[in-house]
Design a protein around this ligand. Structure first.
Ligand code: ARG
Ligand code: ZN
Length: 863
């Protein structure tokens, strides 16, 4: 990109939360004028600036990679200094009109931050700090402005011109060009700015708000994709109605648009009135999207829509407060999805995601509080901790207050802070003020990193009819936080009589101190402890419950999540024993699965989730030193025994959940899920004819869930059916990038011994496109989640990942940096593996011109 000033390579500095100061200058009004073209776009900006407070500092605007053409103050060419990603302009009075003209090159923007091109569409991504790559501006979330945006572009290449807010005017220009103007009446931070120019078509619909206003809805895609937008539209309308009903939040503009693009750094973006999405969270039809994809579309559409209040109307004061909008909005989208489908299965999914991504993060060198204290590159803090643990904090406050007071609290929060930039503290304060419930200690959850551990021991005195529960908590040390205070932990607890199954008690206990004793009276028979039901707190529970107790709970607990959890615990203990002693008794697990599988009262969707073994990575998280090969062997042995011992039950489950025509309903989804799980166990047991069954499922499927389910099983095997299915899948879908991603992913997740080499070969496949983040994640991201393959004892997996990171970093630092934490787990493995992982981190750090993103992740990962 042409650049007047190149920044010198200074060591990247950290930014601290404690250094927050209000902005020196405000920008109440912005007018932007875009002369759009892929090779070269001119951006004219007209900012009304106001001195904020009593100081004589000059105006300082952020700008990165911008070619500066002119600067005017109050209509006259003005003195200015352009250096170090900033433009400094002295201003005499307290108000001025500042005009700049810059040039950018969207077609050459491979970082996908700022204005860039994706498949011929020009689009923007500004959160967190992309707006400075479009024009000079105080790029911080506490500067709120009203925007008027005019776009000029070629009418054939870019017939559709969209921006935030509502359209006000448009017209033709000479040279086959046209223009359009949009205004957004709601003041917003620049990270919510968006524009799109492209050859797009829309699925158009409308929504009538509860106060009777009509909102025009549009989902904009490339022409061939229009048939895949129905589910996103239904989800959007459901989300709009849900937010009115559950939070009293109504949409506020006359128009709401969503645009799908193929190249996008993450899931989607909540720009005011103009959400821009990774196409994988918009496009869905039965032939190309799985049930999980459908659920993800609904969840992300809702998430971005919900941001209109939790994020846009009330935004964040600074990026340390990111969880204010993200944790809260994830909680809201989780509630929405739970209301729409099976709440129990949704909770299982959410907890699985938390344990797979956030617990390891919290236990490793990149651990940080939900409200971090410092960062080098904010893009690195869009983490499972900020999003998912953040959502768990909101969930805990929801249970502490109860639904009604929680709602009073959010009403007060939206009311009090509407149109402003707020903090996590403001949120807690509003909940406190509305409920009268003290959250003083609860705030520690925001400032302390690390997953708390709760040790629970239950003793029973049969003679006195009394049980005593001792709870003890510890919060582990994390980088920069050696000592921790206890946090308030809401634990849903129940006791069951071991013989009768009768429930003695069921309550919410708040563990506030380091240690707490609870007495239960009237407990005649031996009680069995059910704890952290519904996963009421994001903690690790340690108990001395015996195998029989876990088996009892897995069959008889009346809380579905607790049933799932007991089964997982039973499986986990079996696997950990097998890995550490070389063998384990598989019978209790097999019997518990038999009970669940043959219980006619249970929902197939729930059965399918609870009979799945914990992942190899999850087992690894429970070992002192992770031994990937031993874990793999132990888990495969257990899987094959389960398949073998219960073969007729799996065949019955398979048969009873087959043979219906595609339907997108909870019952049909549950049946499909169970079918593929059953097939997996039959394949694992090498059951007679299993590969042929899988291939038949693959070939006859009328939907992607069954087809991918069959392929995902075959790909682990050493059969001709494997080759047939992989080849057919490629042939059928090679023109569809989202489905081709699946083809890469199933192979990266294969449990075969040769996966590490297959993945390296796939990285040389002509369809492996480094410039597309979805494709990178589909192969490389999936591979790092495959514990056995990635941690291959040769170290070839680490070397491959290091090469990928270094190849991608110059193109797209965010995507490269996101791959680094996998290497940061080096302390968890044996010396040989650990040294090889460290060596890759060192090689990354030693590379010249490393991005700030990769520098921060690699140096912190080295610890
Ligand atoms: N706010 C977006 C969301 O809804 C994500 C933005 C991510 N930005 C980033 N730099 N990683 O979750
Ligand atoms: Zn979000």
């Amino acid at each position: 990109m042409p650049d007047a000033v190149t920044a010198p390579a200074a060591p990247p500095a950290a930014i601290h939360r404690a250094d927050y100061r209000p902005p020196e200058w405000l920008v109440p009004d912005v007018e932007l004028d875009f002369d759009l073209a892929a090779e070269r776009t001119r951006v004219g900006a007209r900012l009304t600036v106001q001195r904020n407070g009593d100081h004589d500092a000059p105006l300082r605007l952020d700008g990165e990679g911008l070619k500066l053409i002119e600067v005017k103050v109050d209509g006259k060419p003005a003195e200015h200094l352009h250096a170090q990603d900033a433009l400094t302009i002295p201003i005499v009075g307290d108000e001025a009109v500042v005009e700049t003209l810059v040039e950018i090159a969207p077609g050459a923007n491979t970082q996908l931050m700022g204005l860039y091109e994706s498949g011929g569409i020009l689009c923007t991504q500004c959160e967190a700090e992309g707006f400075r790559r479009i024009t000079f501006f105080p790029d911080r979330p506490d500067v709120l402005s009203r925007y008027r945006v005019r776009m000029h572009a070629d009418k054939i290449l870019y017939p559709i011109l969209l921006a935030n807010g509502d359209p006000v005017a448009h017209g033709d220009e000479e040279g086959g060009r046209h223009w359009a103007e949009w205004t957004d009446p709601f003041p917003k931070p620049c990270y919510l700015f968006a524009l799109v120019a492209g050859d797009l078509v829309a699925n158009q619909d409308s929504f009538i708000t509860r106060s009777g206003r009509t909102v025009a809805l549009g989902i904009w895609v490339r022409e061939g994709d229009i048939g895949k937008t129905g589910h996103a539209m239904e989800s959007l309308k459901a989300a709009m109605a849900w937010d009115e009903r559950v939070y009293g939040r109504e949409y506020d503009l006359a128009m709401f648009n969503i645009v799908a693009v193929a190249d996008f750094n993450f899931g989607a973006m909540e720009n005011k009135g103009l959400n821009i999405f990774n196409s994988r969270y918009v496009l869905a039809d039965p032939d190309t999207a799985t049930d999980a994809d459908y659920d993800a579309v609904a969840g992300v559409v809702a998430h971005e829509y919900f941001h209109n209040w939790s994020g846009n109307r009330v935004t964040c004061r600074d990026w340390f407060q990111l969880s204010l909008k993200e944790g809260f909005t994830v909680f809201r989208d989780q509630q929405f999805s739970a209301d729409l489908g099976s709440a129990a299965v949704k909770r299982i999914d959410d907890v699985r995601a938390l344990r797979a991504a956030q617990f390891p993060e919290d236990a490793g060198p990149l651990a940080h509080p939900v409200r971090p204290d410092s960062y080098i590159e904010i893009s690195n803090f869009y983490t499972a901790t900020v999003y998912n643990k953040g959502a768990e904090l909101i969930r805990m406050m929801h249970s502490l207050l109860g639904a009604e007071k929680f709602r009073a609290g959010t009403d007060l929060y939206f009311d009090r802070h509407d149109g402003t930039a707020a903090t996590c503290e403001d949120f807690a304060k509003a909940l406190e003020d509305a409920s009268g419930i003290d959250l003083a200690r609860f705030r520690r959850w925001y400032s302390q990193a690390g997953t708390p551990r709760v040790r629970a021991s239950l003793t029973h005195h049969a003679g006195e009819g009394r049980a005593r529960l001792v709870l003890e908590q510890t919060v582990p040390a994390t980088p920069g936080q050696p000592r921790k205070a206890p946090v308030p932990i809401p634990l849903k607890i129940a006791l069951f009589d071991e013989l009768t199954g009768q429930k003695y008690t069921d309550r919410l206990v708040l563990l506030e101190e380091k240690r707490q004793d609870l007495l239960f009276e009237g407990i005649g028979g031996r009680p069995i402890l059910s704890i952290n039901r519904d996963f009421s707190a994001p903690v690790i529970i340690e108990t001395d419950r015996k195998v029989d107790d876990l088996a009892f709970l897995s069959a008889r607990d009346d809380n579905p999540f607790a049933r799932y959890e007991a089964m997982q615990q039973l499986m986990l203990e079996t696997l950990v024993t097998a890995v550490s002693t070389g063998s384990a008794d598989h019978k209790p697990v097999i019997e518990a699965i038999r009970q669940t599988l043959t219980n006619p009262a249970m929902d197939p969707a729930f059965i399918a989730e609870s009979v799945l073994l914990p992942t190899e990575a999850f087992v690894g998280d429970h070992m002192l030193v992770v031994d990937p090969d031993a874990i793999h062997a132990a888990r495969e042995k257990l899987r094959s025994d389960i398949g073998d011992e219960l073969e007729s039950q799996w065949r019955a489950a398979y048969a009873s959940s087959s043979a219906n025509r595609f339907e997108y309903s909870p019952a049909a989804k549950g049946a499909r899920r169970l079918r593929t799980v059953a097939l997996g166990y039959l394949m694992a047991a090498d059951a007679e004819g299993a590969p042929a069954m899988a291939l038949m499922q693959f070939e006859n499927a009328d939907n992607m869930t069954d087809r991918q389910g069959a392929l995902g099983n075959l790909v682990n095997s050493d059969t001709t059916e494997r080759q047939t299915a992989l080849g057919a899948f490629y042939e059928r879908y090679q023109e569809n990038p989202l489905v081709l991603d699946k083809w890469f992913t199933v192979q990266a997740l294969s449990m075969r011994e040769d996966t590490v080499d297959k993945v390296a070969a796939l990285a040389r496949h002509p369809d492996f496109l480094l410039a597309n983040p979805n494709r990178v994640r589909s192969l490389v991201g999936a591979f790092t989640a495959n514990q056995r393959a990635f941690h291959h004892r040769s170290g070839r997996g680490y070397r491959f990942l290091g090469d990928m990171i270094l190849t991608i970093d110059p193109l797209n630092p965010q995507t490269a940096a996101r791959l680094i934490p996998a290497l940061g787990r080096w302390r968890r493995f044996d010396e040989t593996r650990g040294q090889m992982m460290k060596a890759e981190l060192e090689r990354i750090i030693a590379t010249p011109n490393l991005s700030r993103d990769a520098f921060e992740q690699a140096t912190k990962s080295l610890g």
